[in-house]
Design a protein around this ligand. Structure first.
Ligand code: ADP
Ligand code: MG
Ligand code: MG
Length: 245
């Protein structure tokens, strides 16, 4: 069974037509890569799947885990297990990283989380991501470096265990060590959470240690090519010009 089925999706924002008929199917525990030149609608697709109200679906459907979520509000989608990691994570003064994740978990499950269990899992996951424990009690993303913000996003993903995680250029601007750590976190999500992934990226570095099932190329608000993991290498050698028929 598929976790995500997108059919003929048209999306606009501020009266601008951005997506013009996207078809995309992601199976359970599959990892898909989405590539394409800047400004083609990759981030818009991520926003449309997560339900950002600025992005209006004018045609088509989004089916998540067998349910039509096209008109569903963002928090309901999050509850059902959709997670989006932003290109530029927000800084939130007054809420610690730890409190933020715990609150998100409680909203998702509708239950109170036992503090001891939560702290244990948080500590283990931060260790996996080579994050200093002290970051748990710091205000969310405030004064975090680019790499630390991205690690904090991956930490949230591993704690929330979504069914589908969309990572929008989570690797952009990271140094080699941070890319390796983020990649390790994504690998743990593939293996332990058995989740599905849509990774929007320009680089291959993040993909090196990951199993990629399908690669998609977007141009002009449509997916113009689908392929296997080797398509990523083809694009890196030849650019996008030769791709679209
Ligand atoms: P990508 O992620 O592939 O670089 P985006 O999805 O960010 O592309 O943007 C696709 C196009 O839609 C761009 O031309 C961008 O300027 C435009 N766009 C994105 N968001 C909005 C918005 N909220 N209002 C108006 N135009 C937007
Ligand atoms: Mg797989
Ligand atoms: Mg983008």
């Amino acid at each position: 069974k598929n976790i995500l089925e997108i059919k003929n999706l048209h999306v606009s924002a501020d009266d601008k037509d951005i997506l013009r008929g996207v078809d995309l199917t992601i199976g359970k525990n599959e990892t898909h890569v989405l590539m394409g030149p800047n400004g083609t609608g990759k981030s818009t697709l991520g926003y449309a799947i997560t339900g950002n109200p600025h992005y209006i679906v004018t045609e088509g459907d989004i089916i998540f885990d067998g349910e039509n979520i096209t008109e569903m509000p963002v928090n309901e989608r999050a509850k059902r297990g959709i997670f989006l990691s932003f290109q530029n994570p927000l800084e939130v003064p007054g809420i610690t990283l730890s409190a933020f994740i715990r609150s998100a978990l409680e909203q998702k499950s509708g239950k109170r989380i036992r503090l001891w269990d939560f702290k244990k899992k948080l500590k283990e996951t931060m260790e996996l991501l080579s994050m200093d424990e002290s970051y748990a009690e710091r205000d969310l993303n405030v004064g975090f470096s680019g790499g630390e913000k991205k690690k904090a996003e991956i930490l949230q993903m591993l704690m929330l265990e979504p069914k589908l995680a969309i990572l929008d250029e989570t690797d952009s601007g990271l140094d080699v060590d941070a890319v390796r750590t983020v990649s390790k976190g994504i690998h743990a999500y593939q293996e332990k959470c058995k989740g599905s992934l849509l990774i929007i990226t320009h680089s291959t570095r993040i993909l090196e240690s990951l199993n990629v099932d399908v690669t998609h190329v977007m141009e002009g608000g449509r997916i113009v090519k689908n392929g296997d993991a080797s398509l990523v290498d083809t694009i890196n050698e030849n650019g996008f010009e030769q791709i679209s028929e």
